[in-house]
Write a protein that binds this ligand. Structure first.
Ligand SMILES: Nc1ncnc2c1ncn2[C@@H]1O[C@H](COP(=O)(O)OP(=O)(O)O)[C@@H](O)[C@H]1O
Ligand SMILES: N[C@@H](CCOP(=O)(O)O)C(=O)O
Length: 325
């Protein structure tokens, strides 16, 4: 359950009076997600016909100073036809507010559901949506450093330290070895761009095989563009526990991306290393959260070992196995 800040309904109703959004009809905390507090709001709507919104209160890793970057990026992508939610401005044009002591925004609600066991067809659609996102992001002037890049992985690993081995014996050494490998092999010179950086199935809304929305841009940043495909590959192409690689999904995801955007020979050659980096990144944030979240907290901790298994797979895979049909 990711509702860290409980906002009384009366406070949400009063908050809504700043907008042309109607009065509050219901407010439900959203269980999914781990970073922020999210509520699904139903209102009477400005026209009386009823309307849905997402209310987000920013909690953990989101820095308030980064919010204008995310808002401008979603405007840029939305203007170019990407199915992304807009931040809604109040009557005075303000999109960022304070609510219950937290930075808060009212956000457009998009329909669709997140798949938990994607089919190859859905993976293909996700790859195409990522390619479209990369095409539409071209020309966006904003920049944001990736706060979870290779140097930050070292920091996270230092913070977890000996606690790694409480998760699995030998994990501390495994992470140190992998960081040394990535220090030596992380590609230089690949095209950099604005990337989503967390395009997991829970951040893609779908109806059947069709993508209806891309959400949760709070890790988006400027980094190696093909790293975004590697993150998406690691999230879409395995069983949830990471023990089974679904090659059909992997090939479909890459085919969808290539159709919408394309991959250069250099990006293809670097793909296995980028996937190792992606797997380590999520292993590290999950391990950090695992160590630092009390087991009885309201949020469900995500299993770091599901990303260790992916890492083991990528460490033994070459580009042809990952990319070619
Ligand atoms: N714009 C939106 N439209 C519809 N549902 C949304 C929207 N934004 C968030 N959600 C719902 O809220 C959940 C959590 O949102 P998310 O941004 O992933 O949270 P977190 O940043 O805490 O991980 C999503 O899985 C989805 O169900
Ligand atoms: N996708 C990450 C966690 C970030 O959570 P999200 O709900 O913001 O996608 C993971 O699975 O470790």
């Amino acid at each position: 359950m990711a509702v860290y800040t409980h906002v009384p309904a009366e406070e949400i109703d009063a908050f809504l009076t700043r907008y042309d959004a109607g009065r509050l009809v219901s407010a439900k905390g959203i269980a999914e997600g781990v970073e922020n507090s999210n509520y699904l709001l139903e209102t009477t709507g400005a026209d009386g016909n009823g309307h849905r919104y997402i209310l987000t209160l920013y909690e953990k890793r989101v820095d308030e100073a980064d919010l204008p970057f995310f808002m401008d990026l979603l405007d840029h992508l939305g203007d170019r036809g990407c199915l992304v939610p807009r931040f809604i401005a109040d009557r005075e044009g303000r999109r960022l507010q304070q609510l219950s002591g937290r930075p808060a925004c009212l956000i457009e609600f998009l329909t669709g559901i997140s798949v938990t066991e994607p089919t190859a067809g859905q993976a293909r659609a996700a790859g195409a949506a990522l390619g479209q996102l990369h095409r539409c992001a071209q020309g966006f002037a904003g920049e944001r450093r990736n706060a979870l890049d290779l140097p930050a992985w070292h920091d996270l690993a230092r913070k977890c330290g000996a606690h790694f081995d409480e998760i699995a014996p030998g994990l501390h050494q495994r992470v140190s070895d992998e960081l040394a490998y990535l220090d030596a092999h992380w590609p230089a010179g690949l095209p950099r761009a604005v990337i989503h950086a967390d395009l997991f199935p829970d951040n893609v809304l779908m109806l059947g095989d069709e993508v209806t929305g891309l959400i949760d841009f709070y890790f988006s940043c400027t980094d190696i563009r093909a790293y975004d495909l590697a993150v998406t590959h690691s999230a879409w192409c395995f069983s949830n526990d990471g023990s089974v690689w679904h090659g059909d999904r992997g090939r479909a995801l890459v085919a969808g991306y290539e159709e919408a955007h394309g991959l250069s020979a250099e990006e293809r050659a670097a793909f296995p290393v980028l996937c190792r980096g992606a797997a380590l990144r999520f292993l590290l944030t999950r391990a950090y959260d695992w160590i630092n979240t009390p087991p009885d907290a309201l949020v469900t901790r995500k299993d770091p070992l599901a990303y260790l298994r992916r890492l083991d797979f990528y460490a033994g895979a070459d580009a042809a196995r990952l990319l070619d049909a």
